[in-house]
Design a protein around this ligand. Structure first.
Ligand code: DHB
Ligand code: FE
Length: 280
């Protein structure tokens, strides 16, 4: 059977893609951020997951405001990536796992989560930047992927509670796939940031740290926030934290925090990283 070995949450700020391309890892601005990742690399090297289920938000590449699914899932053999305007060069296409995708779609639909199914899907920086952070410097990707795209762009957004429950159903769906696969679940985005409007540049360190703490052992406590409350506390784009809650919901075993890093600012964002192991 498939097994969820752990969850990783990481910011996906497009400027990171530029810093990776320019190899700016040791520059004073970037070092405290990139220094967070080697413990995660070591864990991935040791555990060697077969598949990454990546929960992210599309920022206007594959979906635009005219057609915006609340939840969508890829069911393709391969996912091309492209830049939706940040000037990031595309990286190698990501291999998919259609059989696992269709199993997840079936199981989630049976559990009353009806996702938009995408047999073709472009993935943007919300997906590609975290993949480059987790598996750096690869000509080919060492994991197959299943992208799960969640609307954090056009209101109404799904509530934190709904997202946590989707995570629970996703965890159950993955664990019932008959093949022996090691699966890591990745939630991207956040933490606090607001890119436009009167509060552009807003970052809330205290709230970010509270979220990073509570999500480990008391994730359900974070589902009491409404989307307007989350926007007030984390900024309009900080609502991406719902993607972290989906990741956490999928970890239904004994969860241990193995590593965390938080650094502000990276671009306009409180950059967070969390590695959670999920024991049976
Ligand atoms: C930034 C952060 C994001 O999550 C994003 O999608 C785009 C930009 C930023 O801080 O620049
Ligand atoms: Fe984003």
């Amino acid at each position: 059977m498939a097994r969820i070995i752990g969850g990783i949450a990481t910011s996906h700020i497009p400027a990171i893609g530029g810093a990776i391309a320019g190899k700016r890892f040791d520059e004073p601005y970037w070092k405290p951020f990139f220094d967070g990742y080697p413990p995660v690399h070591a864990w991935l090297e040791r555990t060697r997951p077969d598949v990454a289920v990546v929960v992210y938000n599309d920022h206007g590449l594959n979906f635009f405001l005219d057609q915006m699914p609340t939840f969508a899932i890829g069911a393709a053999a391969e996912y091309q990536n492209a830049d939706e305007g940040w000037g990031l060069a595309p990286v190698a296409p990501f291999p998919g796992h259609p059989a696992l995708s269709w199993h997840l779609i079936e199981s989630l639909a049976a559990d009353e989560f009806d996702l938009t199914t995408c047999q073709e899907m472009l993935v943007d920086h919300g997906f590609a930047v975290p993949m480059q952070l987790l598996w750096p410097g690869r000509a080919t990707w060492p994991v197959r992927t299943v992208p799960v795209a969640v609307n954090t762009v056009q209101h109404p957004l799904p509530t934190p509670k709904r997202c946590y429950h989707l995570g629970l159903a996703l965890g159950k769906a993955i664990a019932s796939f008959p093949e022996d696969l090691k699966v890591v679940i990745v939630g991207t985005g956040g933490l606090s940031h607001q890119l436009d409007g009167e509060r552009a540049g807003f970052i809330n360190r205290e709230f970010d740290l509270l979220c990073m703490e509570k999500i480990v052992a008391e994730p359900a406590a974070l589902t009491r926030y409404s989307i307007p409350e989350l926007v007030e506390l984390a900024g309009s784009q900080g609502a991406e934290f719902i993607l972290w809650l989906i990741m956490r919901g999928a970890l239904t075993g004994r969860v241990t925090r193995l590593h965390a890093n938080y650094h502000i600012p990276i671009s306009n964002t409180g950059a967070g990283l969390l590695l959670l192991e999920n024991a049976a």
